[in-house]
Design a binder for this molecule. Structure first.
Ligand code: WT7
Length: 646
């Protein structure tokens, strides 16, 4: 099945923006003459000062430096809003679909302009200036878009923290970027439940001391505590502020936002993106990869707390003057037909979601999707993890009815936008493969020793040879960490952290992370983060966390826990530890399986041999490999005997 090739659907090819020949020609130009290619592409956005310097980048270790369009000046909110007012003031910019099926709102570009300007003026009144960091901890309500765009209007740098993160995780992120202002809501709503956002902020601020103002959006209207002098209601602050706010002139390389993401070690990294290159790249990739045409209704189901929401709910689509749908809810509320009902209700043409959602809905039964009309759909996207061919085929048949193009987009928080992806009218697809590189992207497959694989057919780690405009510029406050994480192991290349296979046709197949990063339901989790939360529990002496294959989530979280002496293993304690991790990090990090292990497999120098732990967690202990370097090989027998995944 997975060797099948699907040609682009005829109806798509007949009106596509990009044919196969055009892709081939433009791709060749983009890598042979990046300066020329990107100078031309930069014209797709409005500059206050046009850039004359296009590309100034080096991956040379340790002097990595990345600058695009460095003498250009622009404002992101002007590109996402003001420039569309002339032709499309009364067209819908954002369709908001609430958690409950009967709630929605259409926000025109003119309305968006006024609301973002007012939001920007309120931020200014709270003392926010160009370059200041603003933490945004909001549910999927229109105010999240207003707040982000308002930051860009005044040159503030937003750091959006996903509403599912715990107070502890929120506090860490506020502290790391020294945010003096936090924007939140009384509560969020998701799948019929409420999320106590403001209470979480109150809790976080016990550990985050630099915060002076908390701006609170009234959402559910339920009672919350407001702290005098610190907490401000948005609707009160907004009365009387001007409906126009002058946009700040920003340099192309001024910071646009910080977004925290998990790595293989340490605390989450503040991925820093800048202004010009990011906007050029996200708008171009949005248009080309989704074959987007004016008037299309576009829906990306992500949360704005992730990079997908930044690049492909807000910035890319709005820079293109699109109608972008923002959904507050979840795929299975009130039932598993919700996505398809929303597609029919709003006549969605382009739909972009994650394999974990597809698998969950596939598991719920075909009747939920087969009853929907879905004739408006043209393009279906996938992102977050490798999509298994079975889920791809189901998506194609039951959602796409065999008539849609499927784009499996490989990219990362760090890359800012799509890197490897089919184009709907140009690229024949193979279920499970992200297919071919986007313009300007030069993937290379390297072996463990760093040798570039020159044969078409190859397997190894995925690196990128040269910079692209939306690449992250640094880890906020820690450039050394940026250089060592991405550029030290494979000198001269950007190292993605993913394993990859290239087939005889030159198609790329991502095989998953090669580092200690898990991908749970498309969310990235560092094993080190979960381990350090476990060992912070007073009954735990040591912990090691690995991933294992999970039918719906892609990967599940498997924790090996060694208890303090005198502590007894019990089901009760497992429950306690599970709740502990949920509280420390957030529900997305919740352990699926916990195994109490009297000892962990370590080398004589004390390094935990994760290879063995992964094998046991996968229930595949026939091939453990060499265990002779273990300090105490007998711990392995106990691990196998008491394995939790049978
Ligand atoms: C990691 C990045 C980029 C937005 C969502 C996740 C995995 C992402 C795919 C795909 C195979 C994928 C990779 C990558 N990944 N998309 N289409 N096929 N793997 O962003 O949290 O930064 O995670 O997600 O492992 O490295 P992120």
């Amino acid at each position: 099945m997975s060797s099948d090739i699907y040609q682009p659907p005829k109806d798509i090819v007949s009106r596509t923006l990009t044919t196969k020949d055009q892709y081939d020609a433009l791709y060749a130009q983009s890598v042979n003459d990046p300066e020329g290619f990107w100078k031309e592409q930069a014209k797709r956005i409005d500059w206050m000062k046009e850039p004359t310097k296009i590309k100034n980048t080096t991956f040379e270790y340790p002097d990595v430096s990345i600058k695009w369009f460095e003498d250009g000046e622009l404002n992101v909110s002007v590109n996402c809003i003001d420039r569309h007012l002339k032709d499309r003031a009364d067209e819908t910019a954002i369709i908001w679909e609430g958690d409950e099926p009967d709630t929605d709102e259409h926000i025109t570009y003119a309305q968006l302009h006024r609301r973002v300007c007012r939001f920007a003026n309120v931020l200014k009144e709270l003392g926010v200036k160009k370059g200041d960091r603003v933490t945004i901890y909001l549910p999927m309500i229109p105010e999240a878009a207003y707040a982000m765009l308002a930051c860009t209007r005044i040159g503030a740098v937003h750091s959006v923290v996903f509403g599912g993160f715990s107070p502890e995780a929120l506090a860490g992120r506020i502290n790391d970027c020294d945010s003096a202002v936090v924007v939140t809501a009384d509560e969020g709503r998701r799948g019929g439940k409420t999320v106590p956002l403001k209470a979480n902020v109150d809790e976080a601020l016990k550990h985050a001391h630099g915060v002076e103002k908390v701006l609170v959006v009234e959402n559910t209207g339920n009672d919350i505590k407001m702290k005098g002098g610190r907490d401000v209601w948005w609707h009160e602050a907004a009365t009387g502020v001007d409906e126009f706010c002058k946009p700040e002139r920003m340099n192309a390389e001024d910071p646009l936002f910080i977004l925290y993401t998990s790595g293989s070690t340490g605390t989450p990294k503040g991925v820093l993106h800048t202004t010009g290159g990011y906007l050029v790249y996200t708008s171009l990739t949005h248009e080309v990869t989704f074959d987007y045409k004016q008037g299309d209704i576009y829906w990306c189901t992500a949360d704005v707390g992730w990079v997908t929401g930044h690049s492909y709910i807000l910035y890319g689509p709005l820079a293109n003057g699109a109608t972008t749908l923002m959904f507050e809810g979840v795929p299975n509320y009130p039932d598993a037909s919700r996505f398809w009902q929303v597609c029919d209700k709003h006549k969605v043409n382009i739909f972009y979601t994650a394999p974990t959602a597809i698998r969950a809905l596939m598991g719920a039964g075909d009747e939920y999707v087969d009853g929907a009309d879905l004739s408006s759909l043209r393009i279906l996207g996938s992102v977050g993890e490798p999509i298994n061919p079975e889920a791809w085929e189901w998506y194609n048949k039951h959602v796409g009815r065999g008539k849609c193009a499927i784009v499996d987009t490989w990219w990362q928080t760090e890359t800012g936008g799509f890197m490897i992806t089919p184009l709907p009218g140009a690229t024949p697809t193979k279920p499970g493969s992200a297919t071919m590189p986007f313009y300007g992207v030069q993937p290379e497959i390297l072996d463990q020793e760093g040798n570039v694989q020159t044969d078409t057919k190859a397997e190894g780690v995925l690196c990128i040879k040269d910079s692209w405009p939306a690449q992250m510029r640094t880890v906020y406050g820690d450039h050394k960490r940026f250089v060592s994480t991405y550029f030290e192991t494979y000198k001269g290349y950007y190292f993605s952290g993913d394993g990859c296979r290239r087939d005889e046709d030159g198609y790329y197949w991502i095989t998953g992370r090669v580092d200690d990063v898990l991908n749970v339901s498309g969310h990235r989790m560092g094993t080190a983060e979960i381990e350090s939360s476990l060992v912070a529990h007073d009954k735990v002496s040591e912990a090691a966390v690995v991933g294992y294959p999970h039918d719906v989530k892609g990967q599940g979280v498997y924790c090996y826990v060694t208890l303090m002496s005198g502590e007894e293993p019990s089901e009760e304690l497992k429950k306690e530890l599970r709740n502990w991790v949920r509280k420390e990090i957030g529900p997305i990090a919740s352990p699926d399986l916990i195994q109490f292990a009297p000892g962990l497999p370590k080398t004589r120098s004390g390094k935990i041999m994760r290879r063995i732990l992964r094998k046991v967690a996968e229930n595949d202990f026939g091939s453990l490999g060499d265990t002779s370097t273990l300090a105490d090989p007998s711990v392995v027998d106990d691990l196998i005997e008491n394995r939790a995944n049978r």
